[in-house]
Design a protein around this ligand. Sequence first.
Ligand code: PMP
Length: 432
Amino acid sequence: GVPQRSNADILRLRKQLLNPTLSVSYNEPLKIVRGEGVWLYDQHGQPYLDMVNNVCHVGHCHPRVVAAGQAQMARLNTNTRYLHDNIVEYALCLTATLPEPLSVVFLTNSGTEANDLALRLARAHTRARGVIVVDHAYHGHSPSMVELSPYKFNGKGGQGQASHVGVVAMPDVYRGPFREPSEAGRQYGAMLQPAIENLRQQDIATAAFYCESLLGCGGQIVLPEGYLAEAYAKLRAAGGVCLADEVQVGFGRVGEHFWAFERQGVVPDIVTMGKPMGNGHPMGAVVTTPEIAASFVNGMEYFNTFGGNPVSCAIALAVLDVIADEKLQENARRVGGFLLDGLRELQQRHDAIGDVRGCGLFIGVELVRDRAARTPDQPKARAVVEAMKARHVLLSTEGPDDNVLKIKPPIVFSQANAEEFLDKLDQGLRES
Ligand code: PMP
């Protein structure tokens, strides 16, 4: 077997052999060797409650998902140029979760690949080049997606904004320019118009608007009501197409709906997905309309060696089955609601909690030094993350000021898990 090394040895070998830009979590990194449900275990068998893994969606190493992958791996794994039942069955099951006319599926191996392919589709359909994105967004790690990710291009080492990209403010009712919830959706949505015009002045027509259905890297932000309706109207009037990036938030996490864009009452032209789709097995997808898919047909094949292979599709089918059979979307709604209530109750006792927001099991807790001034408290957020680790709860921080505790556990997260977490967070906040 593989030699079992000490934490210090692994750290040394990572430094010597691996991508030097790769970071590790925590002052004293953890070695995690096993996962089950919402729990991760270190090499000493110590359990940690996982509050951040939105990839192992139906629980770490879910037995049905593992069995589906094992069985198919032992039978056949090949590319998609032979006929196979798994890929068409998956396309049927996936499109059944989406509104019309979202009915054509492209399978990839990651969220980045999905968003990259979506850009090609949008450009082929509109014959335009410009893209509007939301500030602080992250859409992927390829060159074209870094250009669409203010989180990267405006961050350390970033090259700044490319000429074909327009950036609109995050529709953040806690910290942004518009804070009146009943009007904010329309006000932020209207900001697409000047962004489109700004591109037009440089002779760049707008091909697409990329927007996460809840903002992840932006700090776990819930879009105000009416935001996407207004933004989509502006974008479509300019001839562009609207993309919902559901890589983090899709597949039932938001509770009330299977897809987070449904909360906004809109139908995107393109939906991209990834992370939870294969419960940790690398998968992504683009789903679009027959019209947009038809515009992509120009004689050049889109072939993806691994995308949609029989093993990936067996796994993804098992994920959909488990979500349905274990009623996990409903669980996300119920436990997420309980968690939000509990966090709002903690907010009354802890001045450091400036804002609690989210839906289902996608929640942000924004920490501040001064509630009235809303001064971000990044040191406190970091201290809480370490204090929670000492209590065997894994959390992390997010947002432009890195002061938002992000909560997005596997959606098998139970009421008992939520109670344990709230109790420990109460202690962690007091101690930090
Ligand atoms: N879009 C969003 C919203 C994401 O959060 C991520 C990953 N953090 C991506 C796209 C890229 O996905 P991947 O890492 O699978 O390429």
